[in-house]
Design a protein around this ligand. Sequence first.
Ligand SMILES: [Zn+2]
Length: 246
Amino acid sequence: MAGAPDERGPGPAAGEQLQQQHVGCQVFPERLAQGKPQQGFLSSFFTNNQKCQLMLLQTLETNPYVKLLLDAMKHSGCAVNRERHFSCEDCNGNVSGGFDASVSQIVLCQNNICNQAHMNRVVTHELIHAFDHCRAHVDWFTNVRHLACSEVRAANLSGDCSLLNEIFRLHFGLKRHHQTCVRDRAIRSILAVRNISKEVAQKAVDEVFESCFNDHEPFGRIPHNKTYARYAHRDFQNRDRYYSNI
Ligand SMILES: [Zn+2]
């Protein structure tokens, strides 16, 4: 995987840009050559790769969005294995992650994910793409509406557009800010990975927006914060338990 960047090409996936004001999705973060010297504030104690692994572990074990998504993936027959389905790597530019649908793997850009909250957001966003990939035959490559739908869902459900994030971006006070944020982010994400005009991306998002914005699976609601996500997780577990007892 990590040693075969040629296999990537313009892939099927989605990624996150580091900058909060420009969270986009790349087709796939191009994987860099191995063996580059590690850099970073804590590099004398941990390598970027070790930090990435530790933050990922913390996210998988404690973040309610992620725990729900992992349960839902398992429930849909796509159990996630940390070592098989996640890869911490250095990435080009300010990409912070991506979902590589060709091998069902989430790439976490260890040189760009700067803290635990960022890791939580990236893993949640990419797991929503992975969930969509698991439950539906998503045509990531050629059907821009499929990509648009998953980007709308990821922006809507991952907390990317939570009020707190929006306040940090000084967008508060904007009427219907959540919908506006979701739409804008989905468009930006598509433009980051597809060589199409803004008008085509906007059209694709607008065509799917209503149905995909209202598709809250597997959360059952828009989880605006961790408390909502915890409730959603509890509801999902109860739903799961109920159906398994029938
Ligand atoms: Zn995305």
